[in-house]
Design a protein around this ligand. Structure first.
Ligand code: 7TS
Length: 415
């Protein structure tokens, strides 16, 4: 416990790097506990965006003037940094998209429509965010494939055995989140990847909640595709990544057609450019990509192992302390548990909880968290959710716990 306590306070200093955290909300110090929805941005990322627009703004990959060359160089430099951040083999395996949602839609369209046929199976879990469910529902409808769902343990975890029970010779795609955005569970992706490959299926990983929090090594994980969002890992909104193994990305046909993704065009026909351009039709989010590169620099400067330990320690501490409050139900396993804590106070709607907390300067999310099938499994309409990142500390957990006690008293006894 001593070790955990040290870690919980070790990163407090980084708060200074995030200008928005100086804000007062409703007369209180801002306690930002909604990083699973979007993270705050450090000054270095904000400055990098401004610097790009003030000094190097131009379109990329086309003109030969100095600004265009500088913009292209910075854009491609960022691709290399992000490739390094997730241990991709080649920078061209990083395809810039708008975020996790777009990346998953591209895989479902480009891989699914090409390689799936009627009767094939897609294995998912009931905890998936709608972004890792609806593209597969739509694909199944288009090609006549079937969705199969891994059974959850009572605490919401996914075991390798349960995955194994659903994966069979009909399975063509296994699509799973590495970390749940509601339960904070950490899924055994590397082991499930082996099961998928044993039957000749591919594994697609939704890394929206894992890439910001832990070291991601796509080669060690042995996965085929990974989707993640820049805005949840200190980068700007509107930029994300689709990573795929080079040979798989090469096998995909583009889904967005137009400028910059072609090799040759005549009146009737066109041929495609090499990766990554083939899958990045149109002017990309240049400043977004550069900002995300800067965000990975910042994360690496602090150190991903340190961030991972810090966030996990904070989350488990919050889980433990909230669980001990009467009338409070906390969802998911107590450990390992990272990033988010979802809970309810008996008899109080989570939106009311969020509102009382906001009056105390505490930002949390309440709702179904874009995971309605999981709400159905939990048998709740919604939950309150506190989520943590490197700029949070045990002081924030104290504020959360005090405010939840206050909310419970308020609704039980009146103001
Ligand atoms: N997958 C997971 C696991 C997520 O948590 C989210 C966003 C997405 C996909 C979609 O990411 P996007 O950047 O394309 O929108 N999750 C949340 C959340 O939990 N609260 O707000 C957004």
């Amino acid at each position: 416990m001593k070790e955990a306590e040290k870690m919980i306070t070790a990163l407090v200093d980084v708060r200074e790097d995030f200008p928005i955290l100086k804000r007062q909300i409703n007369g209180h110090r801002l306690v930002y506990l909604d990083s699973a929805a979007t993270s705050q941005k450090p000054k270095s990322v904000i400055d990098r965006i401004t610097k790009y627009y003030e000094t190097s703004n131009a379109n990329v990959l086309r003109s030969v003037h100095t600004l265009a060359e500088e913009a292209t160089e910075q854009f491609e430099e960022s691709r290399k940094k992000i490739a390094g951040f997730i241990h991709a083999r080649y920078p061209q395996e990083i395809i810039f998209t708008r975020g996790t949602t777009e990346s998953l839609n591209v895989i479902a369209r480009a891989w699914g429509d090409k390689f799936l046929k009627a009767g094939d199976e897609i294995v998912l879990s009931p905890v998936e965010h709608h972004s890792n469910l609806i593209p597969w529902q739509q694909l199944a409808e288009r090609v006549g494939a079937h969705l199969r769902f891994i059974d959850l343990e009572r605490d919401g975890t996914i075991t390798v055995d349960a995955a194994s029970a659903r994966i069979n010779s009909k399975t063509k795609i296994v699509a799973l989140s590495a970390v749940s955005n509601v339960l904070g569970t950490i899924n055994p992706i590397a082991d499930i990847a082996i099961l998928a490959h044993e039957v000749g299926a591919i594994i697609v990983v939704d890394g929206a909640q894992s890439v910001p929090h832990q070291i991601t090594d796509v080669q060690k994980l042995g996965i085929d595709f990974l989707a993640f969002s820049g805005h949840k890992m200190l980068g700007p909104t509107g930029i994300g990544v689709l990573w795929g193994r080079n040979e798989l990305l090469n096998a995909l046909d583009p889904v967005i057609f137009g400028g910059e993704m072609i090799e040759y065009v005549d009146r009737e026909n066109a041929t495609w450019a090499e990766l990554p351009a083939k899958l990045e039709g149109g002017t990309p989010n240049i400043v977004g990509a550069i900002g995300l590169g800067e965000a990975t620099d910042y994360l690496e400067k602090i150190g991903m192992p340190r961030i991972e330990k810090h966030v996990q320690a904070l989350t488990e501490d919050a889980y433990r302390r909230l669980s001990s409050i009467p009338d409070v139900t906390v969802y998911g396993p107590s450990s390992p548990h990272t990033g988010v804590v979802s809970f309810n106070i008996a008899g109080v709607h989570p939106h009311d909880v969020a509102q009382v907390l906001d009056s105390q300067g505490i930002a949390i999310r309440a709702g179904h968290h874009c995971a309605q099938p999981l709400m159905q499994w939990l048998d709740v309409i919604a939950t309150a959710r506190a989520s943590f990142y490197l700029y949070n500390s045990s002081i924030d957990v104290d504020s959360l716990v005090d405010a939840i006690k206050l909310t419970r008293r308020y609704f039980k006894n009146g103001p």
